[in-house]
Design a protein. Structure first.
Length: 165
């Protein structure tokens, strides 16, 4: 099946799959799809080529501090302000300040819906992080890891079928 951007968005909507659309480069549009335990990055290029990368949840049982230390090492950021803050939004602002310092290396988005925590999504080569900041000061982090394979559009019907409602 040949996918256009509009066909994919229509199919994702029909199956009630959560997605975002963004432009990272001048020659492509990226559709991010979040399903239980996975994040898909589907990139549509002006040339007509479509690339899909699948990130699967790394369900290691690391605590907040251990995961933040991993992120510190990967991005070369300072997490002292994040760890010392007791208030959730102080931690959020400390994290955002550090991420803005290295923004050239990452793709970042923030999301908040209703009374839910603020979620910062960080994408770096081969990894996708969802960092949730609660008003109470709690921070939850889920890390998704890519196996490095880049798929063409042929995998899309299989992925959608697996997670369709």
């Amino acid at each position: 099946m040949d996918y256009s951007l509009y066909k994919l968005l229509e199919e994702l909507s029909q199956h009630h799959l959560y997605f975002t659309v963004a432009s990272q480069e001048s020659d492509s549009i990226v559709v991010g799809v979040d399903v239980p335990g996975q994040h898909w990055k589907i990139e549509f290029f002006a040339s007509g080529k479509i690339k899909t990368e699948i990130f699967k949840s790394n369900e290691d049982s690391f605590g907040e501090e251990e995961k933040l230390i991993d992120l510190q090492k990967i991005l070369n950021i300072n997490i002292d302000g994040i760890l010392k803050s007791q208030v959730g939004f102080e931690k959020l602002f400390a994290m955002l300040n550090q991420l803005h310092l290295v923004k050239k290396n990452i793709s970042m988005a923030m999301h908040r819906e209703g009374d839910c925590p603020v979620m910062v999504k960080v994408e770096i080569p081969g990894q996708y992080w969802e960092i949730e900041f609660f008003e109470s000061g709690e921070v939850q982090i889920e890390v998704f890891i890519s196996d490095g394979k880049i798929y063409d559009q042929e995998i899309l019907p299989e992925l959608i079928k697996e997670f369709a409602d």
